[in-house]
Design a protein around this ligand. Structure first.
Ligand code: CP
Ligand code: NVA
Length: 333
């Protein structure tokens, strides 16, 4: 298996074996970090991380992963660079790929990250687009594997805005890894036919199922993992809050929903999450819509079944694996 020089743009670009290898590499790098073992493999390399949307986990994960691997890391956003307003993304990519050994990009249209990869001579890593969030799915599956000791045969239910970027990558990852996937939400927000058509044959080949439903009862006795995400994603207009709350309020993850699944069901969320009123957005939404908790209740979020902070940590270990594998030249070993 050779990852050297490859881009990491979407889960569907990789085979089950390759994705398993990424998870195994993440586990090794995580163990090295925990034991305090030096893994500064790239003291002569530098990476650029480009963010057109805000981020805490993804930005910090790329920065820490880079530093742990011995590299220099440059953060660029539209306010501190020419990117987007004075220089096109394609030109930015061509400049940066002359200077850096790898480029991370978070932004809007998937075409932008695809074009970056096209114009760049160095690996490009997708740190989230409107279409997908592949490094998130890797971190989530590492968390599931660590918790359950296996992936094949598990059932992952994504509840809420089932056509968003996180849900798309989880459906693809589930199909590849033999995990049954349930997309449960209002029909107005169901996954696109395109993503289902791409994932369904892969799931069939790997002996797992993809279910799209608006009926929460589909989770009862079945879901090993209940996963949700914010009701309004980065880049979507704030005016949509009213419509989304009305559509998605019935799909809030509650203790009752968790209890109806399995006694062993865990809760996952990519974060950030509106589970209380301790954010300015949640406070603003409360003023207009009088809602204290959104996609998940605070009770579930803070419960022992919630592994959301393990997930957040695993973002870094899996991102480090992606950087390591795509920059490490086999003959240098
Ligand atoms: N989960 C995730 O991508 O978080 P950030 O938006 O903080 O990077
Ligand atoms: N769906 C969310 C994920 C954030 C990590 C968004 O795009 O804002």
């Amino acid at each position: 298996m050779d990852f050297y020089g490859r881009d990491f743009l979407r889960i569907l670009d990789f085979s089950e074996e390759e994705l398993n290898y990424m998870l195994a590499t993440a586990k090794k790098l995580k163990a090295m970090k925990k034991k305090g073992r030096n893994h500064k493999y790239f003291p002569d390399k530098n990476i650029a991380i480009l963010f057109e949307k805000t981020s805490t986990r993804t930005r910090c994960s790329f920065e820490i992963a880079g530093y742990d691997l011995g590299m220099g890391v440059t953060f660029l956003d539209p306010s501190g660079s020419q990117m987007g307003h004075k220089e096109s993304i394609a030109d930015t990519a061509r400049v940066l790929s002359r200077l850096y050994d790898g480029i991370e990009y978070r932004g809007f249209d998937q075409k932008v990250v695809d074009d970056l990869a096209k114009y760049s001579d160095v690996p490009v890593w997708n740190g989230l687009t409107d279409e997908c969030h592949p490094t998130q799915a890797l971190g989530d599956f590492l968390t599931m594997e660590e918790h359950f000791g296996k992936l094949k045969g598990l059932t992952l239910a994504f509840v809420g805005d089932t056509r968003n970027n996180v849900a798309n990558s989880l459906m693809a990852m589930s199909a590849k890894m033999g995990v049954n996937f349930i997309a449960c939400g209002p029909t107005e927000l169901k996954p696109s036919d395109e993503i289902i058509q791409k994932c369904q044959p892969i799931a069939e080949k790997n002996g797992c199922t993809i279910t799209v439903t608006s009926d929460l009862a589909a989770l009862n006795g079945k879901a090993d993992v209940i996963y949700t995400d914010v009701w309004l994603s980065l880049g979507e207009p704030q005016e949509k809050w009213g419509e989304r709350i009305e559509l998605l309020k019935p799909y809030q993850v509650t203790t009752e929903l968790m209890n109806k699944a399995k006694p062993t069901t865990i809760f996952l969320h990519c974060l950030p999450s509106f589970h209380d009123l301790n954010t300015s957005i949640a406070k603003d939404v409360k003023k207009v819509f009088d809602i204290d908790e959104m996609e998940v209740t605070n009770e579930v979020f803070e419960s022992e079944r919630s592994l959301v902070f393990d997930q957040a940590e695993n973002r870094m270990h899996t991102i480090k694996a992606v950087i390591f594998l795509t920059l490490y030249k086999k003959e240098e070993k």
